[in-house]
Design a protein around this ligand. Sequence first.
Ligand SMILES: [Zn+2]
Length: 250
Amino acid sequence: MSEPDHVRTAPFARIGSVDPADRSTWEGKAFLTFDVDWASDEVIADTLDLVEAAEVEATWFTTHHTPLLERIRANPKFELGIHPNFNFLLAGDPRNGATAEEVVDRLMAIVPEARSVRSHSLVQGGRLFELFRAKGLTHDSNAFLPEQSGIALRPWVDWFGIVRVPYFWEDDFWCDSAQGSPIEALESRAGLRGYDFHPIHVYLNTERLQRYEDAREHFRDAGRLRAFRNESAEGTRDILEQLLAARRGG
Ligand SMILES: [Zn+2]
């Protein structure tokens, strides 16, 4: 059976595979990324199950050691990147590392093969890009240009020699935005299409951030957390499932 629309059948791709000079590595491709954000193993595994079943490529931005890293590593469609948290450092709290280098080193010790990075809260800047480069990181996905801007996304090489791969959709921003485009419309946008999901929002099928706040004290207890899942309105999990269904086999 022939597919009528090239764009609809273009596969997912990983952040680390982007070469701005080679359009075939990014044009018309969907970049499915996950900021793990210290989720429990049950919550991460729930998202992994969905993505593995769809057999698509994805990039996992790691925040901590978990036995699930081996499961992600074992899948040739997956890439492991790092998700450093510089927020404590910005507040003068050294618990996560007394310098930016220490913050990055701690994660690189867990995921030494990482080539891609997205910071928690998108903390970025020239000093950090220099540091990323020095640590062997080649690709960055800290540039969030919301799809509502209508800007067609493409990657570029920045001043520091880092390949920047922007994205236009993020689950928590979607929850907070009155006017989001349906997946169907996003998937026919020109350029590359980057999506950022958090396993906790997939698990909760979050559709408004208050749901996430209400569930906060149960984040380590997947059984109790399950009772907080949104079953009534379109939520983050539904969006992910729509995207996976549109791109199955990519
Ligand atoms: Zn984060």
